[in-house]
Design a binder for this molecule. Structure first.
Ligand code: PLP
Length: 388
């Protein structure tokens, strides 16, 4: 029987990450031993005080909250923006949603008119282009070469902007590249944006706390405060505090944009869960030492994985500045999907780079324990070596 809905689902493809994760589940159910390096979430538990704060309130009558969340959460978000970035945002400049993902979707939904263009530097987080299309927009993909650190150059941006450009999305540290920008690189992008007042900037900073240099995080919002009236800064608790399942993310921006995002939020899920908001306040207001400790663990994993994989002549690797992915280029073999399929046969799951707009690469997550990671990397080296 046909469902009374549009039966063409091709415009809503399954994310390549979820597709590979499903394949892993199927193979494991058949008894195969698969090391899964596809995962985009921390393998840690949230800090203990987060769970405790939620448990304390779990039996209370928790009702709806405003669609932009409880005021305690908005206050904590504004304080963190001030402490981390030196940025001042008022209470009405905060949107809260079910993860950074919903904020990004809401922002596109609230602003994209049919045919509007959204500039996405590639490699990009796989969800951006699908979200843009679902909102009626046109993703404009700008490939950023590995030799350029996977960063968007100002002249490339300048050439891509048209009268239809609605958004430019920056994501640093990047998923999957791990690339970050310094103040000079962001300043050059800001100079271009100043010449195009109709273009809004989205800065997705969800991995800002997971970084391997010792410099403070540099946001385009700090570098170009004059662009704040057309900039949305996105963040959340998912990656930094290992709270992916709690679903709390936020956006900071100008009041007219935030009001529209809140209106969309109000109609699609009212708010994110009240208990999750309480947990997010505990994460933001509680001790922060866990961030540095976990960063150090990720750094050790990154370095070990790089050391093992560098034995393979089939991979060209650069160390990521942040996030928890390696994004090696495949050398001497055709087709990242074929290579990922071959690796899966050899017992290790990775995500082909074409899902991130960068064919010829593989994404490997090191958000997994050291033994699993080492075993996965060894399997990759062995599998790629055997067909040289
Ligand atoms: N932005 C990027 C670049 C991501 O990689 C992810 C999650 O993988 C998100 C946003 C969404 O995060 P959240 O769990 O807060 O929705």
């Amino acid at each position: 029987m046909l469902l009374p809905i549009q039966d063409d689902t091709s415009s809503i493809p399954l994310s390549p990450i979820l597709a590979m994760a499903q394949r892993v589940t199927e193979l494991r159910a058949q008894g195969h031993n698969i090391v899964d390096l596809t995962l985009g979430e921390p393998d840690f538990a949230p800090p203990a005080h987060v769970g405790q704060a939620a448990v304390m309130r779990a039996m209370d009558p928790l009702g709806y909250t405003p669609s932009n969340g409880i005021s305690a959460l908005r206050k904590s978000i504004c304080r963190v923006a001030q402490d981390d970035h030196g940025l001042e945002y008022g209470d009405q400049q905060v949107a809260v949603g079910c993860g950074a993902k919903q904020i990004i979707f809401n922002a596109f939904f609230a602003t994209i008119r049919p045919g509007d263009e959204v500039i996405l530097p590639a490699p990009y987080w796989a969800s951006y282009p699908d979200m843009v299309r679902l909102c009626g927009g046109v993703p404009v993909i700008l490939p950023c070469a590995m030799e350029d650190g996977f960063r968007l150059a100002a002249d490339v941006l300048a050439q891509a902007i048209t009268a239809r450009t609605r958004w430019v999305v920056l994501n640093a540290p990047g998923n999957p590249s791990g690339a970050t920008y310094d103040a000079a690189q962001l300043g050059a992008l800001a100079d271009v944006l100043r010449q195009h007042a109709h273009v809004a900037v989205m800065s997705d900073e969800i991995y800002a706390h997971i970084r391997y240099d010792d410099r403070p995080y540099t946001s385009i919002a700090t570098v170009a405060p004059d662009l704040q009236n057309r900039m949305l800064v996105v963040n959340g608790v998912s990656k930094a505090y290992a709270m992916t399942g709690w679903r709390v993310g936020w956006g900071l921006g100008p009041v007219p944009l935030i009001s529209r995002i809140n209106a969309v939020q109000g109609q699609n899920s009212t708010q994110t869960a009240t208990l999750s908001q309480i947990a997010a306040v505990a994460a933001l207001d509680g001790p922060q030492d866990i961030l540095a400790k976990r960063n150090e663990i990720y750094r050790q994993r990154r370095d070990i994985a790089m050391a093992i994989l560098s034995a393979s002549p089939a991979l060209n690797l650069t160390p990521p500045d942040g996030a928890f992915y390696l994004f090696p280029q495949i050398i001497g073999r055709v087709g990242d999907q074929a290579v990922a399929a071959r690796l899966l046969k050899a017992g290790v799951a990775t995500v082909p780079g074409s899902g991130f707009g960068a064919p010829g690469h593989l994404r490997l997550s090191f958000a997994t324990d050291m033994d699993t990671l080492k075993e996965g990397c060894r399997r990759i080296v062995a599998a790629l070596g055997s067909d040289a």
